[in-house]
Write a protein that binds this ligand. Sequence first.
Ligand code: ATP
Ligand code: MG
Length: 420
Amino acid sequence: MTIFQAPKGTYDLIPPDSAKYLAVREAIAAPLRNSGYGYVETPGFENVELFARGVGESTDIVTKEMYAFETKGGDRLALRPEGTASVLRAALEASLHKSGNLPVKLWYSGSYYRYERPQKGRYRHFSQVGAEAIGAEDPALDTELIVLADQAYRSLGLSGFRILLNSLGDKECRPVYREALQGFLRGLDLDEDTRHRAGVNPLRVLDDKRESVRKQLVGAPLLRDHLCDACKAYHEEVRELLTAAGVPFEDDEKLVRGLDYYTRTTFEFVHDGLGSQSAVGGGGRYDGLSEMIGGPALPSVGWALGVDRTVLALEAEGIELRLPASTSVFAVPLGEEARRALFAVVTGLRRAGVAADLCYGGKGLKSAMKSAHRSGARYALVAGERDLAEGVVQLKDMESGEQVPVALGSAVEELGARLV
Ligand code: ATP
Ligand code: MG
């Protein structure tokens, strides 16, 4: 029988590389945990309507990329393509917004699914860590999120990324701009698909990545010139707070992002070493989303950072994360009695918080020492019949090769002291 392969557009995380993914998730989560964000976990699938309404009927995510299906019971569900709609749904369902303690700050980490054309940095199953601050309109909150993402990337040693910033206006000024843009787009020579998009969601045309379309868009009316005074002041405050925090950014009038729910602040983190899949993360304010999914008015802001692309960015910059060794002590028993004695020592080490492993399967000395080397352990503990008769185990320093006998009863203490 042929061996099964992972489905198209997916890949497995396997040691040793999988450790990098854990470290990236952890590095992104750390500044959030430290800033009042609580962990939230929602199901991997939701009612398809949540995404249709929340993400937007005219977006690529909903029209082309969603894994939607009907269950045996007749429910219409979809694998989650993104996190914001689900997290807001969960917060509303649990009435977190009624606790009188706004904003509700939540972070999450998990798998997301989009039926896309697979290529480097673009997969059908990928991983994000995200943050949402629900129920407050305050430019400092938008800024906090951008600063925390910047801090996360920098903590990983990344420096080759840029922050693109824009404001999409609000329900006062965006409709006026939308009409001006539609007027401009009507005068262009666009293919049928794009003309249709100009009709239902003209801002998305600004997001077109094709060179031929980009050329025609030169001279398009800019939202910046149509922002109402309140949006202008809000955006200016975000820019000033970012500058004061020492976080550099670039104004990008064409940044609209692929989801319908954004208002005012939008931003994207792009990395220049990633080719065309350059966005490592993005987000923005979504003041209207709660009402779109049946909740009260709850102005909110959030982001999602892509774990897969962040790992690619680390590779592009040649950054090796300094990960703690997974095994510090590797025990090599020679014979039955030694296995029992060393199993007890390894158990003691683990209970004392030392990363320890044992050679299983009754291997001979040579192949067991190979396993010890492969484990990356700093020390090996070797014991045979004669050692046990003398009440000792041999403690071998794997770097210097030096070996000393240690009393069996004090091996845990001795190693604990050496490894601090
Ligand atoms: P793109 O323009 O590259 O399609 P997007 O705007 O669809 O990105 P978001 O929905 O904002 O992406 O998701 C946030 C982050 O999640 C992205 O910046 C990216 O790092 C990651 N991401 C999105 N889609 C994929 C995918 N198919 N494969 C891997 N990572 C992805
Ligand atoms: Mg996309």
